[in-house]
Design a protein around this ligand. Structure first.
Ligand code: NAD
Length: 285
C-alpha cells in the first residue's frame, strides 16, 4: 500500500505560510497584488481563473481581474501588459493560457517584466533555473518539489524519469530534480521502450496528457509516482497514471484530483508573495 501524497493538505500548508508572509508585509504597508488576465471565454480557463482568485482572497493577496474579449488585438493585450509592468502596486502578472489563436503566447510571455513573472514562464526565469540562480520557478514542477519535501522524499541519488518535455512542466521538472541531485532521464513521444526506461526509475513524474497511460508495467515496485496529468474523460477527471493499478506497487503516489493540481495554484500564491517581498524595498524608496 502506497502513501497517498495529499496535495490538498500540502497546498493548504503552502497557502498558510504565504498568508503569514502577507501579514508580515502588511506591517510594512505592502499588500501583494496579482493581476490576472483572461482573454476570451473558454470555460475551463474561466474556472481556473476563479479558483486562483479565490486562493488570493484566502491568502490575503489582492487580485485584479482583467477580462478581455476574444477579439482583443495583440496591441491591446501588449498595452495592458505594459501598463501592469509599469504599475508599482502590481507584483505578479498572470496571463491565463491558452490564448485565442490570433494572439502570440510567446511574445506575451516575453513582454511580462521578469520581476513580475509569477508563472515562471519568462525566458529569464527559465535561464535562472538552468543556471541554478534564484528566480521564479514554474508553479507545477515547483509544486511537485514542495510535495516531495513535505513527505520527506529526497530525490538525491534517485533515478528519476520525467515523461513529457513541455516548457511549462517536463523541462523545468527535470531541471529541478537535477538541482535536487537526482539522476534524471526525460522521456517523450519518441522515446523507445518507454516502459523499460520507466521501470528503472525510483521516481516517475508523468506529465503527458494521456488518461491512465502509465500502468503497472511502467513502475518498479517501491517507486514514487507523481501524476501531473489532468484529463477530462467520461468517468470524470483522471491523471496520466492508472492509479488503481499502480498504487499497490508504488511506495508513494499522488492522486488525481487532489494531487499536483492544488499544488500548482498554491505555488502561484507563494510566487506572488515572493514577488511582493522582493519589490518591497523598492516601494519603500
Ligand atoms: P504538452 O502536451 O505540452 O506535453 C506533453 C508531453 O508528453 C510532450 O512532451 C510529449 O512528448 C509527451 N508525450 C505525449 N504522448 C506521449 C507518449 N505516448 N509517450 C511518451 N510521451 C508522450 O502537455 P503539458 O502542458 O506538459 O501537460 C501535460 C499534462 O499535465 C496534461 O494532462 C496537462 O493537463 C497536465 N497539467 C497539469 C497541471 C497541474 O496543475 N496538475 C499543470 C500543467 C499541465
Amino acid at each position: 500500500m502506497a502513501t497517498i501524497i495529499d496535495g490538498v493538505k500540502v497546498a493548504a500548508e503552502v497557502r498558510g505560510r504565504a498568508a503569514e508572509e502577507v501579514r508580515e508585509l502588511a506591517a510594512h504597508g505592502v499588500t501583494p497584488c496579482l493581476a490576472v488576465v483572461l482573454v476570451g471565454d473558454d470555460p475551463a480557463s474561466a474556472s481556473y481563473v476563479r479558483m486562483k482568485e479565490r486562493d488570493c482572497a484566502e491568502v490575503g493577496i489582492e487580485s485584479r481581474d482583467h477580462r478581455l474579449s476574444a477579439t482583443t488585438s495583440q496591441q491591446e493585450l501588449d498595452d495592458l501588459i505594459d501598463a501592469l509592468n509599469a504599475d508599482p502596486a502590481v507584483h505578479g502578472i498572470l496571463v491565463q493560457m491558452p490564448l485565442p489563436e490570433h494572439l502570440d503566447p510567446e511574445s506575451v510571455i516575453e513582454r511580462i517584466d521578469p520581476a513580475k513573472d509569477v508563472d515562471g514562464f519568462h525566458p529569464e526565469s527559465l535561464g535562472h533555473l538552468v543556471r541554478g540562480l534564484p528566480g521564479f520557478r514554474a508553479c507545477t514542477p515547483a509544486g511537485v518539489m514542495e510535495m516531495l519535501r513535505a513527505y520527506d522524499i529526497d530525490p538525491s541519488g534517485m533515478r528519476a524519469v520525467v515523461i513529457g518535455r513541455s516548457t511549462i512542466v517536463g523541462k523545468p521538472m527535470a531541471l529541478l530534480l537535477l538541482e535536487a541531485n537526482a539522476t534524471v532521464t526525460v522521456c517523450h513521444s519518441r522515446t523507445k521502450d518507454l516502459e523499460a526506461v520507466c521501470r528503472e526509475a525510483d521516481l516517475v513524474v508523468a506529465a503527458i496528457g494521456r488518461p491512465k497511460m502509465v500502468d503497472a508495467s511502467y513502475i518498479k515496485p517501491g517507486a514514487v509516482v507523481i501524476d501531473v496529468g489532468i484529463n477530462r474523460t467520461d468517468e470524470g477527471m483522471v491523471g496520466d497514471v492508472d492509479f488503481a493499478a499502480v498504487e499497490p506497487i508504488a511506495s508513494a503516489i499522488t492522486p488525481v484530483p487532489g494531487g499536483v493540481g492544488p499544488m500548482t495554484r498554491a505555488m502561484l500564491m507563494a510566487n506572488t508573495v515572493a514577488a511582493a517581498r522582493s519589490a518591497a524595498p523598492r516601494e519603500q524608496g
